[in-house]
Write a protein that binds this ligand. Structure first.
Ligand code: GRE
Ligand code: ZN
Length: 326
């Protein structure tokens, strides 16, 4: 399929590059770091070869979220957003931008989000899970009450928020001890991001802001397969919901979430997602440079779905969600 739009596609700046080191075998670092630092060379060639017209670019992970000093987090977010804005401006038919945000400080995050959307023309924000704030060993999640003003600004600006994975901190990760292969994209990324998403759903956030939209990668981090059970476990006991949200959580999943195909190129999984969230809320993505664009495109271009759904997932949903005119 030609004209695809992909939206979990990363770059790094020198200050954040090393955050992506250590996930893949050491002998691949030269290749991976080269891919992360390239914007207008190999990346555009890969897009051309695989029918990707546009990438919405985001900083690598965990990057800003792991900088516990708030001033420094703000500085790196601004620096990377300014660089991204230049690349987008030079290639308006090929790139858009997601804002990196210093969630360590709600006022700074709101100010940077407004700057990125209103002045730099970014189409939303991409945040890498919880933030470490003031101390290394802290993990702050965005359903907490101090983030209310942030979500007000998100809703006011009417742009989506991509909740991208990161690993749990070592102090939160006993379950993975002795099994380091479970960390990162294999399992821990998805687990971490799914639980964070459920916290947002249960908090009542989407009762306050019914139009707010969250994007999840990796075909929804397992949630399409689990939402029914979250709402229906042990039904015979008639358990009442013990969270602030007014509705069943599946309601929010179907009305306030989009998911992308990043790193999860499997037709059976896509079809389950289509049955749970619908083809209007699924968006093509690769997860470059951690995944290959040809692996994503060669699968997606021929997978067994209708051509109408392929156009929606490959391109049209993104044009509508991000108000992109091509
Ligand atoms: C990602 O950001 O998507 C990612 C990493 C590290 C390893 C794999 C991966 O940050 O997909
Ligand atoms: Zn990613």
């Amino acid at each position: 399929m030609l004209g695809k739009i992909a939206l979990e596609e990363h770059y790094a700046i020198e200050d954040t590059l090393q955050d992506s080191n250590g996930y893949l075998p050491p002998e691949t670092w030269d290749e991976l770091s080269g891919r992360l630092l390239d914007i207008e060379g190999r990346r555009i060639d890969e897009m051309d070869e695989n029918g990707v017209q546009m990438m919405i670019l985001s900083l690598n992970a965990p990057a800003v979220q792991a900088i516990h000093d708030r001033e420094r987090a703000n500085e790196i977010a601004k620096k990377s957003n300014d660089m991204l804005a230049e690349w987008v401006q030079r290639n308006p038919r090929r790139f858009r931008g997601f804002a990196a945000l210093p969630m360590q400080d709600v006022e700074m995050a709101c100010a940077e989000l407004e700057r990125c959307v209103n002045q730099l023309g970014f189409v939303g924000a991409l945040v890498n899970g919880f933030s470490q704030i003031d101390t290394e060993d802290s993990a702050v999640y965005y359903d907490l009450p101090q983030y209310e003003p942030f979500w007000e600004v998100m809703a006011e600006l009417n742009v989506p928020f991509y909740l991208h994975p990161r690993n749990p901190l070592p102090s939160m990760a006993q379950i993975y001890e002795g099994h380091p292969w479970l960390l990162g994209p294999t399992w821990a990324f998805g687990q971490e991001t799914a639980v964070h998403s459920l916290r947002l759903m249960a908090s009542g956030l989407f009762d306050k802001h019914p139009n707010l939209q969250i994007i999840l990668g990796h075909m929804g981090e397992g949630l399409p397969y689990s939402m029914w059970r979250v709402d229906n476990r042990n039904k015979w006991v008639g358990d009442q919901r013990a969270y602030p949200a007014e509705k069943l959580l599946g309601h929010y999943f179907q009305n306030n979430f989009y998911i992308t195909t990043s790193g999860n190129f499997r037709t059976q999984t896509l079809i389950d997602a289509m049955l749970e969230i619908g083809s209007d809320r699924i968006l093509f993505s690769a997860d470059w440079p951690f995944e290959n664009i040809d692996h994503a495109a060669n699968w997606f271009d021929v997978c067994s779905i209708s051509e109408d759904d392929r156009q929606k997932i490959g391109r049209k949903n993104a044009m509508r969600l991000f108000n992109i005119k091509l």
